[in-house]
Design a protein around this ligand. Structure first.
Ligand code: IMP
Length: 202
């Protein structure tokens, strides 16, 4: 049976302040008064993301934090899956941008362009998995999607990551050209958050 969230406190399995803030705003918009803290606030390191799927990685992050803190933990994992590349970069989306000096998404987008070559299949989707785990090991998960196509050259300066080369279905603008407030209502993360609200928070 699905377990519902109870209590006013949630630890987010992230070290990313932006992600914590974004989630905080999403909970506030739902009218939910939940105190969020991050894994970093509890002095935890990030576990190595050794999974081969987004769900595996989100599960290992949420389980680790729930176990270490004794509190309910929420973790997310996301990626860009490109049809012509057999689903790459997928769960390795962040890895494709990794350099000695931090992440370089211009380089990652150029790799996408090079590997796609002149393949006419431009279909791609972003996925966002959200996992909620309790200290007793019980977990609930949801998956959100945003379907679209890959465009080249990159367009727009909004957002992050692969935003400038992803055009969501039904739009003529890339994620990089759509203002944040609007992206936050149509994105894969908005979809997974809505699904998590329906499943565990209402
Ligand atoms: P993670 O879920 O934070 O590990 O993110 C995985 C990677 O997927 C990010 O580093 C980005 O490369 C990519 N990604 C996930 N969501 C988005 C998005 O909304 N726009 C652009 N790239 C994204």
């Amino acid at each position: 049976m699905t377990r519902k969230f109870s209590g006013g406190e949630l630890v987010v399995a992230t070290h990313n302040k932006g992600k914590l803030l974004e989630l905080q705003k999403m909970f506030e918009r739902e009218g939910l008064d939940i105190k969020l803290s991050s894994a970093a606030d509890h002095g935890l390191e990030s576990p190595e993301e050794t999974g081969t799927t987004c769900i595996e990685n989100a599960l290992l992050k949420a389980k680790f934090v729930a176990n270490e803190t004794g509190k309910i933990a929420l973790a997310d994992d996301s990626g860009l899956f490109i049809s012509a590349l057999g689903g790459d970069p997928g769960v390795y989306s962040a890895d494709w941008a990794e350099t000695e000096n931090g992440r370089d998404f211009k380089m990652a987008m150029e790799r996408v362009h090079k590997e796609m070559g002149d393949n006419p299949d431009k279909k791609a989707y972003f996925t966002s998995v959200l996992v909620l785990c309790w200290p007793d090991g019980h977990c609930e998960s949801v998956e959100g999607f945003a379907h679209g196509i890959i465009v080249w050259p990159p367009r727009g300066v909004q957002g992050h990551g692969y935003d400038p080369i992803f055009m969501p279905r039904g739009r003529n603008l890339t994620y990089g050209e759509i203002m944040d407030a609007e992206k936050n209502t149509i994105s894969h993360r908005a979809d997974s958050f809505r699904k998590m609200m329906d499943k565990c928070f209402r």
